[in-house]
Design a protein around this ligand. Sequence first.
Ligand code: HEM
Length: 225
Amino acid sequence: MLPTYSEYLRLPELLGQRHPRSTEHDELLFITVHQTCELWFRQMLTELTAARDDLLAGETYPPRSRLRRCHTIARMLATHFDVLDTMAPQDFLRFRDALGTASGLQSAQFRQIELLSARGGREPTLWDGFLTVLGKAGFSVATRAERSAAYGEIAMNRREHQALWELAEALVDHDQAWSMFRQRHVHTVERQIGSRPGTGGTAGAVSLTGRGHFYPELWELRASL
Ligand code: HEM
């Protein structure tokens, strides 16, 4: 039997997942925004994993289009903080204690996105995939100097290396969109709790700044063009 809209989307299960710990009106908004972010993180992980695997297989078009989807999602995610900013800090404080030590710091998917993009871990990253593609195109990428020469060659001969140039730019777009999402989060943190410490045990907003880029070598390229 064909499913109904509600059955297909499992709406009773999905919508039954909001369990506020207080009776404060704004806690539902706080939960909805976090849950929505986690749903989109899951989608991003699906896209980034596929992009990484295709890169490792030497492909350039599918990863470019998956990365485009990812940075569009990341930009959209940043707007979720606009909705959260409609909450007054006094109203947040009315239920903040109910969070206990729960914190976005414990978001496993957020961490996975960063590990998969560049920060390394046990699994190969998108960056490993990018270097694989460059290697297959005949560039030496073993040392920083060789990689720098490769980016320079690709950047200065965009017609000849169009697919590689667009791929490198797609990585920069992903890097930029994610960093803007992180930055936007910091503004909301400052707006809601000022210089208070976080529920996860950090010093709060100050602990969230100063993270580097995913792909510093592609940003450094700008200075040498
Ligand atoms: C009232 C709104 C929010 C406040 C006041 C807030 C506050 C904080 C603070 C203070 C931290 C640092 C860790 C800690 O000590 O707790 C943090 C980390 C984090 N938060 Fe939020 N947050 C808010 C909304 C959100 C939303 C909507 C998301 C979306 C999923 C989110 C995701 C994260 C993530 C992923 C981290 C870890 C970031 C990293 O390690 O770079 N936060 N948050």
